[in-house]
Design a protein around this ligand. Structure first.
Ligand SMILES: [Zn+2]
Length: 215
């Protein structure tokens, strides 16, 4: 999995986009799986695109308030045979005011309810758009935004919940997370935040100078 130090954190390299994704798991696929599961407890689902051919084996176990979807697939790493990976994805339901209910995937990384999960080419696990740091290619974001959302991503991975604000309260270490990882997230967050603030100050002072407000 793309860890720290990988290009996606640097902010200088092209941001990974939704188009770099190998498999998009939407509720549409999940309803196909649900229909298939009526006649078989496990099966295979394929994704065919212009430059994609992904095959994922699925199995589904029903739970009291949802289901557990297990996906198995091969992850290619350079010069080595495909490595088999198994990913368990919890599927939850919420009730609608109309009386029905809707399905949600719980992102295996942040556990937030999501309608779509992604498996990017360079990754071994499914996750939501924000966990995989995916942007839409059309989405033009300023360096300020990029730095801020990368900082927010560190905060979220370290257990931050809800909206990320500039005046941030650092979360307590989540259970099961190694201290080393937790501290690295904090360092990375602070570095990104400093870089962003410095950039902002630079831009603001240039603007002020242009307006004749500062020396
Ligand atoms: Zn997520």
């Amino acid at each position: 999995m793309g860890g720290f130090g990988s290009t996606r954190w640097s902010g200088h390299v092209r941001r990974r986009t939704v188009e770099d994704v190998r498999v998009v798991l939407s509720l549409q696929e999940f309803s196909r799986i649900m229909v298939m599961s009526l006649s078989q407890p496990a099966g295979v689902i394929q994704w065919l695109g212009p430059d994609t051919h992904a095959e994922v084996a699925w199995s589904l176990q029903w739970r009291a308030r949802g289901a557990m979807l297990t996906l198995r697939y091969g992850v290619r790493s350079e010069g080595r045979p495909d490595e088999p990976v198994s990913s368990a994805i919890e599927v939850a339901t919420t009730h609608l005011p109309s009386g029905g209910w809707r399905w949600w995937f719980l992102c295996p990384r942040c556990e937030h309810r999501r309608a779509v999960l992604y498996l990017p080419r360079a990754e071994s696990g499914f996750g939501c758009r924000s966990c995989h740091g995916l942007a839409y290619r059309s989405q033009r974001r300023s360096p300020l935004d990029r730095l801020l959302s990368a900082a927010a991503e560190c905060w979220r991975r370290a257990g931050g919940v809800g909206r990320y604000h500039t005046a941030v309260i650092w979360p307590f270490k989540p259970k099961g997370m190694q201290w080393r990882t937790y501290e690295r997230l904090r360092e990375e967050h602070d570095r990104l935040k400093l870089e962003r603030d410095a950039l902002w100050v630079g831009m603001a002072s240039r603007r002020l100078r242009r307006m004749g407000c500062a020396g």
